[in-house]
Design a protein around this ligand. Structure first.
Ligand code: BGC
Length: 735
């Protein structure tokens, strides 16, 4: 038999086999068919009870005892839609998934979600810090490696990224997002969605993303968690929605509804945001999950009288999955029977959830392959990304007299003090997933390695994080007197930021400020190194310090990146993604405030009205000079594109990276606009003596337009300004 015939026979045989197989196999089990066809087929086979189960999420784990797997899962209905998975090994998931696949009539796999916020086991810097890197490619890599660890551990879906524009440093959750600016949040949102999801959600190393908390949670009054937010439709559209729109365009599969009441309608019962905007206008075809118990919380918020009404309000508003609220499983069936919830709405909701499950390939690969922890956790490439991201996130806030990097001649004896020196756990940040203190590179060890051969390091605890115990001050001052320079590692504990971790003041605690003042008595240069989960108000300690380094909460790289910055091995390149005020009383403070009636007269009696450190502030060990900004055209029609360019020269001695922030400003518009608006940024590495060109390709409809209170984008003819590093160049948009 020739080869051709033989292959032909094989194909025929295969075709016959697949026809035979498909004769018995329901369409939804046929991976070759389009997702929509499979969804519709499956939906057509489901009973109401099965559909409703899909709309609920409970939790599973932590249970590390194999013998008790049955115990842990037996309470959970096998046909449940989703579980939050607290374990970090595939076994428990697989055992539960087996029940879903084998004990239910239709074998619909569960989707397992988890908060992979800034890492799973390899913990990265907190998101607020990540944004200070202005390196979206690196953030995408970090999310991709986090996705790998998560998916290989049994998690298909992360409740991340958080893209709540946040302008109140008291709010603990400011640490979880990308700062105060809508454009910055949008840019890092896209990077993280791409990193988590990749091009193929069925891959064994990608997870579905979830944009949260939809929407306006960052506007929580007085920085309190869970409370009311006052957001006009105008501000909703121009400030809080843009990152979500960007994330949906990038293909984010899911969205989480927020806890906050948005001007009278809670985020979790809000038809305008969840249905009219998200689904009708943006055409999102995935699903909305509630935040934890947000459905029954509608009762506390006064939007529903009881849990049945809460289920009706939330579900009809467009919320598909009830996370731990136990309202949908209890009441949806009755609500359908009573005609208060339609079958169309039930089908639409179930369809959305099934769609995501099909896209993740869960029907074909419901189980997570078992691997050894060291085959998925803390892999060299994951740690390398974490270290680079932490290096690039560090912001050099002050460097009086060029005290940094430390010179071996003038820093022979270095005193290292402060509550953070031996506090590995605090360096992980708030949402540290499965991160462990022992994974963190200790500050002490990093400094010993960096300086041990050339300097004498004197360690002293110095002072606690808070409280009033100053019993170590005297001993610390003795040590300070023997040193040439003092490195003070101060700041916040990891649980001073994050959910419901609000501070009424964002100054350093009194004991820490007092300690810095005490150390000043030694008359030695002071380098303050900060790890914290929010912007801090540093006016009272800033004059006491020669240098201030914001290292944020860096995750597992711990002290290594900052040691590199202190020695000069790493040239700092981070710039602030959030404004640092002088005092808590300036909150809310952000660079993109709307214009004032008297721009130069509004003031405080007691402090300057300017921030201590502006959005975008960050020093380097080299110097960059900017050439003149040039525009390819200075007058264009709305539909015409143009290019702005600026050259940047590294005129210093060291190689370094510079981020150029391109702002625009519209001096007059029918809706008042912010003073300036970030529209593009780019970071480039520039060798000493080299010049690089930075470009901003301007599409006026995208970059100069504004949005009205109904979300309609418009571009008015007239003058605009393109602004870079103190330069302001006029551009005309003509009819
Ligand atoms: C938080 C969410 C989180 C969820 C699940 C809630 O309390 O607000 O950000 O994703 O819990 O853990």
């Amino acid at each position: 038999m020739n080869k051709r015939k033989m292959l032909g026979g094989l194909f025929l045989g295969f075709a016959f086999f697949s026809v035979a197989a498909s004769a018995q196999q329901p369409l939804y089990k046929n991976a070759a068919l389009p997702v929509e066809e499979r969804v519709n087929d499956l939906l057509g086979r489901m009973a109401l009870e099965e559909k409703i189960l899909q709309l609920n999420q409970y939790t599973l784990g932590r249970n590390n005892n194999e013998n008790n797997l049955g115990e842990a899962i037996k309470q959970i209905p096998a046909g449940i839609g989703s579980l939050i998975y607290f374990d970090e090994t595939p076994e428990l998931r697989n055992a539960m998934q087996k029940r879903a696949m084998e004990e239910t009539r239709l074998g619909i796999p569960l989707i397992f979600g988890y908060d992979v916020i800034h890492g799973f086991r390899t913990v990265y810097p907190i998101s607020l810090a990540q944004a200070c890197s202005w390196n979206t490619a690196l953030v995408e890599d970090a999310c991709a490696t986090a996705a790998l660890e998560a998916r290989k551990s049994g998690v298909d879906w992360t409740f991340s990224p958080m893209i709540d524009v946040a302008r109140d440093g008291r709010w603990g959750r400011i640490s979880e997002g990308y700062g105060e600016d809508p454009y910055t949040n949008a840019a890092f949102c896209v990077a993280s969605v791409n990193g988590y999801q990749g091009n193929d959600l069925t891959s064994a190393d990608r997870v579905a993303a979830c944009l949260k908390h939809y929407v306006g949670y960052g506007a929580s009054e007085a920085g309190m968690d869970y409370v009311y937010t006052e957001i006009s439709n105008q501000t909703l559209w121009d400030t809080y929605l843009p990152p979500y729109e960007a994330g949906i365009k990038a293909g984010a599969q899911t969205v989480m509804s927020s806890f906050n009441d948005i001007s009278g309608t809670p985020g979790s019962g809000n038809h305008y945001t969840m249905t009219e905007i998200l689904k009708n206008r943006w055409k999102h075809d995935g699903f909305v999950v509630s935040d934890w118990s947000a459905v029954p919380q509608l009762i506390a918020q006064g939007a529903a009288a009881d849990s049945k009404e809460a289920a009706r309000v939330a579900f009809n508003a467009g919320l598909e999955m009830d996370m731990m609220g136990r309202c949908y499983d209890k009441h949806l069936e009755a609500l359908v029977e009573e005609g208060k919830v339609s079958m169309e709405r039930i089908d639409d909701a179930v369809r959305r959830i099934l769609r995501v499950k099909f896209r993740l390939g869960l029907f074909e690969n419901p189980y997570t392959p078992v691997s050894k922890p060291d085959e998925r956790f803390l892999l060299p490439q994951s740690k390398a990304v974490a270290e680079r991201l932490a290096e690039e996130s560090i912001v050099l806030l002050k460097n009086e007299g060029g005290i940094l990097p430390l010179q071996s001649a003038s820093a022979k004896t270095i005193a290292v003090m402060g509550p953070l020196v031996d506090a590995e756990m605090e360096l992980l940040g708030n949402w540290h997933g499965h991160g462990r203190a022992e994974d963190v590179y200790p500050i002490r060890k990093a400094l010993q390695e960096e300086f041990g051969s050339q300097a004498n390091l004197l360690f002293h605890a110095g002072c606690p994080f808070d409280g009033d115990d100053n019993s170590q001050f005297a001993g610390a001052l003795e040590v300070a007197r023997q040193a040439d320079v003092l490195l003070l590692f101060m700041g916040e504990r990891h649980n001073w930021s994050g959910e419901n971790c609000v501070r009424s003041t964002i100054e350093l605690p009194d004991i820490q400020s007092a300690f810095i003042a005490e150390m000043k008595k030694a008359g030695k240069p002071i380098v303050l190194i900060l790890a914290n989960g929010r912007p801090l108000a540093l006016s009272n300690v800033e004059p006491l310090c020669d240098a201030i380094v914001e290292m944020w909460q860096p995750g597992v790289p711990g002290g290594k990146p900052v040691a590199g910055v202190l020695s000069g091995r790493v040239n700092p390149s981070g710039k602030l993604s959030v404004t640092f005020p002088r005092a808590t009383g300036q909150i809310p403070i952000y660079y993109n405030r709307r214009k004032s009636a008297r721009p130069n007269s509004g003031k405080y009696q007691d402090i300057p009205s300017t921030p201590l450190y502006d959005f975008g502030h960050g020093l380097s060990y080299t110097r960059f000079t900017y050439g003149d900004v040039s525009l390819s055209k200075t007058s264009v029609a709305a539909g015409e594109k143009l290019v702005a360019e600026v050259s940047v020269t590294n005129v210093g001695e060291r190689d370094g990276a510079e981020t150029v922030h391109w702002f625009i400003s519209d001096p007059a518009c029918r809706i008042t606009r912010p003073n300036k608006e970030l529209k593009h940024f780019e970071k480039q590495f520039i060798k000493a003596g080299e010049t690089k060109t930075f470009r901003f390709e301007i599409d006026p409809m995208r970059d100069l337009s504004f949005v009205d209170a109904d979300g309609q984008r418009f571009l008015e003819p007239g003058e605009y300004y393109i602004m870079v590093d103190g330069q302001k160049v006029k551009l005309e948009i003509h009819e």
